[in-house]
Design a protein around this ligand. Structure first.
Ligand code: CA
Length: 227
């Protein structure tokens, strides 16, 4: 899942981002509130981790704008103890949960899992195609009931193609989805991920097809028994 962390304290941001990456998520980090508002308008995230005291724009302003745009993305507010008033206001403005700093990373991870699960039960289902079933919230894919060993990048690629099944997804769209801002995914990197995912989808009844000059398409494999 792609998660946005908005936090201007470098040490906390670093710890939180590392924990999320370790859980297999794609993480974008911003320290500035204005940039966060722009990012939330331009990209889609599975979860936002939001500090309240921020340069540029305060966390509650970001929340207000999010909900005014009817963006249902779950928001986990992380706040200092002295920001009690802000915390209450954040919940009133539509934050889904909050943690008071300093917090244990284990608790942070548990809150993140809970919010992603809740989001999953609200309409991010297990998707099926061919013999493949993909649990988007749990980050698991199974072919005929056997778990596929996918890296975070390969899972992200599968997710992006699956959410647009039946339609061609361009290389640019895939790179945009799979990249973090602080890191570029080279053409070569994308080729490698496509190659590996394709190999892992052997025998899943699903094929990752290259549409020359346009991009990629995920579709049910042709049945070899059929003419
Ligand atoms: Ca802060």
């Amino acid at each position: 899942m792609r998660i946005l962390v908005v936090e201007d304290d470098a040490a906390i941001a670093n710890a939180v981002c590392e924990a999320l990456k370790h859980s297999g998520h794609t993480v974008d980090h911003l320290a500035d509130g204005r940039q966060a508002i722009t990012a939330l308008r331009e990209h889609s995230f599975a979860l936002v981790v939001l500090d309240l005291g921020l340069p540029g724009a305060e966390g509650d302003e970001i929340l207000r704008k999010l909900r005014a745009d009817a963006d249902p993305v779950p928001v986990l507010v992380i706040t200092a103890r002295e920001e009690l008033d802000q915390r209450v206001r954040a919940l009133d403005l539509g934050a889904d949960d909050y943690l008071v700093k300093p917090f244990a990373l284990a608790e942070f991870e548990a809150r993140v899992r809970a919010l992603l699960r809740r989001r999953a039960s609200q309409g991010v289902p297990t998707l099926r195609i061919g013999n493949l079933s993909v649990d988007l919230a749990g980050r698991r894919a199974m072919a005929d009931g056997v778990p596929l060993e996918l890296t975070a990048r390969e899972f992200g690629l599968l997710e992006a193609l699956l959410l647009r099944r039946g339609r061609v997804t361009s290389r640019e769209q895939l790179i945009e989805t799979l990249c973090k801002w602080d890191e570029t995914l080279s053409d070569n990197g994308l080729d490698i991920a496509v190659y590996r995912l394709r190999r892992k989808l052997d025998n899943s009844g699903v094929q990752l097809r290259t549409v020359r000059g346009l991009g990629y398409l995920l579709e049910e494999a042709d049945d070899p028994q059929q003419p």
